[in-house]
Design a protein around this ligand. Structure first.
Ligand code: ADP
Ligand code: MG
Length: 701
């Protein structure tokens, strides 16, 4: 058995009890598992700060000193907290714990030296750190000189002596027994040399016990590169194998439908960006392989036309198309606008969703299977097994990060003989690094230009005291003949609460905008599809002037006469949602406005989001800001995507490394698609190790 596969309990100083704890708490079974849990921080012993140098609230500091007194205090709410007075040569600071009180109390020994790390709060001149990272100062030259690694832990592990201090000793033992052959290299000499990366063996040593800043950074960067490089190798590999293996229908003919649409039905000139993207798509569709393309474009950039024209190419070449949207409302909108746009072209467009039932459903399914339907538009009901195509040539999804990779793939299987072309559209732009990860196996087209004549939506952020002015403003806009959206947040955990908010808001609006002069539509998630549709239509037909809604109008609704978007409790929305909502206005010729109403108390993040909205209307910029504010793990669509599996790589920060990894993966697979070159054998082996079940690692399905 190899050294790395040795069970952790056999390491001296671990044993069965600690071994079991490591397994149950952190899933650590073997030496490999133990070694590959990296420190998330280091105590740099050359860089302790002094208490007296603490400047302000929120400073994050690392201190060295001793505890002079400990006190248990019972607060007003009967909760006991532990307060310890910590002293370094320059002054005093209070440390406070609300949890683990007993354990910490037992742990503290007066006179011993400790290191403290945490965020300082300064209140009335008094400095406190609540729940600091706290450990005995280690002066063990055996271990190393400057940096003490700090590992993720749990209360139980701490109690069993498996805190960072205990873990360091174990890691040290493991590393003492580790030989270079235990930890084979997984990158080629070529890449190591070009990027000047340390060997994998050195990296493992240095990530735990770096002798200085340089070793630490070299190790961290190599690990980040490796993490992203192997993900990219798989994605890029998938992409190129698909291209070489999966035949796609060839749409080589630009036929009547497309031409008639282009010359007669299309009422505007395409933007240059739309033309460019259509060219990219057309090339794919004629090339003989299966297209797998991601179409990114800002809200309102005109993705639907591009989608439709791609589908017309399919129709002209005798193939069916489908287009799938994440919500029923959006799917309905697509169905309506597309049906209108192709009027007179003799194209059979159908709609399918969960709410189409019984005989009607049967008819549609049958017509689809027999090939009478040219274009079908709908919700994820289209994925169901019962939906059978006669000969599907292209499938388009309007994603909004809501369909997973698995669902995307299930659409490919809708044609037995030939893989349908796939076009994925995101509702709002997503950051490049995230796109590289989530959609790294797709080609990318970007519409980076809005149709001409759009006036930038004016965005302002206002507090409750501004409400009378807001009402006045709404009146004056309605007088000008405009329409207004008022949107309330919908947060799933508290749907009742949100409905109450919406109901209350609606009642108030009724007072300010009374019948019969004014009429108000209401749409929320709990309504039946038909009722929603009815209310939507009243707004579309200008019977109502105001539309009060939860986020159901978030995607895709198109009412050009609506020029004001009021977002209530805007601090509760995410950035991309806010941007989506704002995209509902500014579609007509009039100056449009987006008014972000919020409470007075805003978290730092919420403030940041609202400031971003006011600062820019560029969706690509907003997407980047969102990633910075929230961090990659919190972005929609990242849950099961592997994005959260990076241990060190940070999608929000490591652009350079990610670009390099992508570049090297692409270059490598272009030069040596099957990794047959002896220099690349390590890479191939490591990919096999990562995917033991895949016979040919790069082949999909
Ligand atoms: P999105 O990219 O957000 O899906 P849509 O496809 O819904 O945007 O387009 C938004 C609006 O812009 C639609 O009303 C559409 O008809 C219009 N539009 C699209 N392309 C152009 C263009 N080149 N010139 C003028 N209007 C356009
Ligand atoms: Mg759209």
């Amino acid at each position: 058995m190899s050294y790395l596969s040795t069970e952790i309990e056999f390491i001296k100083g671990v044993g069965p009890m600690k071994g079991e704890a490591l397994r149950s708490e952190l899933g650590i079974k073997t030496i490999r598992d133990f070694l590959f849990i990296y420190p998330f921080r280091y105590i740099d012993k050359t860089k302790f700060q002094s208490v007296k140098d603490i400047r302000s609230d929120g400073d994050i500091v690392m201190l060295k000193g001793e505890i002079v007194s400990v006190e248990k205090i019972r607060g007003n709410n009967k909760r006991v907290r532990l307060s310890a007075l910590f002293k370094d040569p320059s002054g005093f600071i209070e440390l406070v714990w609300f949890q683990k009180v007993k354990m910490i109390e037992e742990f503290i020994t007066k006179g011993k030296e400790y290191t403290v790390f945490g965020k300082v709060s300064v209140y009335g001149g008094k400095k406190t750190i609540t729940h600091p990272e706290f450990e005995e100062y280690q002066n063990d030259p055996e271990l190393h000189i400057t940096f003490d690694p700090v590992y993720p832990s749990t209360e139980k592990l701490d109690r069993m002596g498996l805190d960072s201090k205990g873990r360091r000793r174990i890691v040290k033992k493991i590393l003492d027994g580790l030989k270079p052959e235990h930890i084979g290299e997984n990158l080629s000499d070529d890449i190591l040399a070009q990027l000047r990366l340390p060997s994998r063996y050195d990296t493992v040593q240095w990530i735990h016990f770096p002798k200085g800043e340089e070793q630490k950074n070299l190790a961290i960067n190599r690990i980040k590169f490796e993490e992203f490089f192997f993900v990219q190798m798989q994605l890029v590999g998938k992409k190129s194998t698909r291209k070489s293996l999966l035949k796609g229908a060839i749409f080589d003919k630009i036929g009547d439908k497309f031409n008639t649409f282009f010359t007669q039905n299309l009422s505007f000139e395409l933007t240059n960006a739309q033309k460019r993207v259509l060219k990219e798509i057309r090339y794919d569709l004629g090339a003989g392989y299966q297209m797998n393309r991601l179409l990114q474009g800002d809200v309102g950039s005109g993705k639907t036309i591009v989608a439709l024209m791609s589908m017309l190419m399919a129709t002209d070449n005798g193939y069916q198309s489908c287009m799938m949207a994440p919500t029923e409302i959006l799917a309905t909108q697509h169905y309506k606008s597309i049906s209108e746009m192709v009027e007179g072209l003799d194209i059979n467009v159908q709609f399918l969703s969960g709410s189409i039932k019984g005989k009607k459903r049967q008819q549609i399914l049958q017509a689809l299977e027999e090939g009478f339907v040219d274009i079908i538009i709908g919700t994820h009901a289209l994925i169901e097994d019962k939906v059978v195509f006669n000969n599907l040539g292209i499938s388009i999804t309007d994603e909004q990060h809501r369909f997973g990779v698995a669902q995307r793939a299930s659409l490919w299987r809708k044609n037995d003989s030939i893989a349908p072309h796939i076009l994925v559209m995101t509702a709002t732009p997503i950051p490049r690094t995230l796109a590289m990860t989530l959609y790294g196996d797709l080609d990318v087209s970007i519409i980076d230009e809005l149709p001409p004549g759009r006036k930038e939506v004016q965005t302002i952020h206002k507090f409750e005291n501004h409400r009378p002015r807001l009402i006045e403003f709404m009146h004056s806009e309605i007088k000008k003949g405009r329409q207004i959206y008022v949107v309330y947040p919908l947060i799933e955990e508290s749907e009742t609460l949100d409905l109450e908010n919406l109901q209350e808001g609606y009642d108030k609006l009724l007072q300010y905008f009374p019948l019969p002069d004014y009429k108000i539509s209401v749409v929320h998630g709990r309504m039946k599809a038909a009722d929603k549709e009815y209310e939507m239509q009243r707004f579309v037909k200008k019977i109502t002037q105001i539309m009060v809604a939860t986020t159901v109008i978030e995607v895709g609704v198109n009412v050009p006469n609506a020029s004001v978007m009021v977002i209530e409790n805007s601090e509760r929305f995410g950035l991309s949602q806010l941007h989506q909502l704002r995209g509902r206005v500014g579609r007509g010729a009039d100056q449009s406005y987006c008014i972000l109403m919020s409470g007075n108390k805003l978290s730092a993040q919420a403030r940041e989001r609202l400031t971003t909205m006011v600062r820019t209307t560029n969706g690509f910029e907003i997407a980047e800001a969102d990633l910075q504010i929230r961090g990659p793990g919190e972005m929609e669509g990242t849950r099961q995507s592997g994005v959260n599996e990076f241990k060190l790589l940070n999608l929000a920060k490591d652009h350079k490394i990610m670009n390099a990894a992508r570049y090297f993966a692409e270059k490598l697979l272009e030069e040596d698609p099957n990794l047959l070159n002896p220099g690349n054998i390590r890479i191939l082996n490591y990919l096999k190790f990562l995917n033991p079940n895949q016979k040919d690692w790069s082949r999909i399905s």
